[in-house]
Ligand binder design. Structure first.
Ligand code: NAD
Length: 297
């Protein structure tokens, strides 16, 4: 059984703290919202009046807060964790914050000889309730081994992201993909509706294609990721098909911002002579636009 300070008892933090309590850990909780704090207290935790009071005597301090500024305030503020944290205790920030803010916190804490790891979570508040979060652990091997027993009370899977700061970075990539895909999916659904096509039929079709299965795990595997850009499906043809979709959408007055932006990248690839390459060469085009070194000509 570990002694844990849990700070931030919102949509995510409250069920996460509850699961730690259910598994027998001794929790001291803090939230600026006194109502939510007393609800968690009634499950068997101790309430506190500040992050400083919560952290006193605890082996682990978990923060689950809306943004980096608040995490900083909770740690370094006037009533912050830093003023009471004991030797050998470890701060685990599970919030989603900017990676540079997270690095900055780790570096500042290092100067105080306080250990810090980033361990943001994947999935949603439903998974927080069922204890099935995906935990993206950014810490040393020792930190991950040490924290695994408590992390596994809140999640069903821990991914070792490869070192300090990498958990929050892999979270950023995951959110970039899923949040952008949400908008792209909405464009596909809106076009579908404008075409009076049932969405369930479109979903059934896309389930078997990279549209839903993802390019990472289908088209890229044996092509661009293996430096083979001989065409299975050419950039020129992809550009033509996307242009037809944009034209149809235009006639139906359906704006497709994401689709139009994607076509520009295909146009750039064609402009530099990549039209006859496999469509996965879009990765090479994007890397080249970013000044990254290309593996392929
Ligand atoms: P939330 O807004 O529901 O909860 C935040 C909690 O922090 C609130 O209870 C609030 O009162 C408390 N708080 C604010 N300032 C505070 C302070 N100074 N001291 C103590 N407590 C304070 O947010 P959430 O949905 O629980 O998200 C928390 C974090 O988890 C965010 O970084 C979010 O991006 C991330 N996240 C959320 C989800 C999700 O599905 N909601 C999924 C994955 C990750």
């Amino acid at each position: 059984m570990s002694s844990i300070a849990f700070i931030g008892l919102g949509q995510m933090g409250k069920p996460m703290a509850s699961n730690l309590i259910k598994k027998g850990h001794a929790l001291t909780v803090y939230d600026v919202n006194k109502i939510t704090m007393s609800e968690v207290q009634s499950l068997g935790s101790k309430s506190s009046t500040s992050p400083k009071e919560a952290a006193k005597g605890c082996e682990f301090i978990i923060t689950m807060l809306p943004n980096g500024k608040l995490v900083e305030e909770v740690i370094f503020g006037q009533d912050g964790v830093i003023h009471s944290i004991g030797k050998g205790s470890l701060i685990i920030d599970m919030s989603t914050i900017h990676p540079l803010e997270s690095d900055n916190l780790r570096n500042r804490l290092e100067k105080h000889n306080v250990e810090f790891m980033d361990a943001p979570v994947g999935r949603t508040s439903d998974n927080a309730i069922t204890g099935t979060l995906l935990i993206l652990a950014g810490g040393t091997k020792t930190q991950i081994n040490r924290t695994s027993p408590i992390l596994l009370c809140m999640g069903s899977e821990i991914v070792d992201a490869g070192g300090p700061g990498r958990g929050i970075r892999v979270k950023l990539i995951n959110n970039f993909m899923s949040i952008s895909l949400n908008a792209l999916s909405a464009e596909a659904a809106a076009l579908c509706e404008a075409l009076e096509l049932p969405l369930d039929i479109a979903i059934e079709v896309m389930k078997g294609t990279p549209a839903i299965k993802s390019h990472f795990t289908t088209t890229w595997v044996n092509k661009v990721l293996k430096n083979d850009l001989t065409p299975a499906f050419m950039i020129d043809l992809a550009h033509k098909d996307l242009s037809i979709a944009l034209d149809v959408a235009n006639q139906l007055h359906v704006p497709l911002s994401m689709g139009a932006a994607a076509r520009e990248i295909y146009s750039q690839a064609r402009a530099v002579g990549k039209g006859q390459l496999d469509w996965t060469a879009i990765l090479e085009q994007t890397r080249s636009n970013s000044g990254l070194k290309n593996n392929n000509p």
